[in-house]
Design a protein around this ligand. Structure first.
Ligand SMILES: [Zn+2]
Length: 104
């Protein structure tokens, strides 16, 4: 028995031909691609939304909740990026001072 591929045995000869036979509407075929990294390690090729990712992926630059007190989960700012960075800087200065004292 002869095997028949999904395109009815014609076989794709080029990407352009494959694109022309696609059942996707033209607007979807021309949409920018998602390009998120998939679990296979390849780039996602699904059509992207205006934020740059497809319906399955997120985390595009500029997406997510607002920074600072505008964020609904904001209570005291203890874990805001600014405060975390500030504590890191203080620890770095204390360690540098201790290292300087230990040198004597
Ligand atoms: Zn995607």
């Amino acid at each position: 028995m002869r095997s028949v591929d999904r395109e009815g045995g014609r076989g794709a000869t080029s990407l352009d031909e494959a694109m022309q036979r696609s059942r996707e509407p033209l607007s979807l075929r021309q949409a920018p691609r998602c390009l998120a990294k998939t679990r296979r390690g390849t780039l996602c090729q699904a059509p992207a939304t205006p934020k740059g990712r497809c319906r399955m992926h997120g985390g595009a630059p500029g997406s997510g909740g607002p920074k600072g007190p505008r964020n609904g989960m904001w209570k005291h700012g203890q874990y805001s990026q600014d405060m975390i960075e500030q504590r890191r800087e203080v620890r770095r200065i204390i360690k540098a001072a201790k290292d300087a004292l230990d040198a004597f």
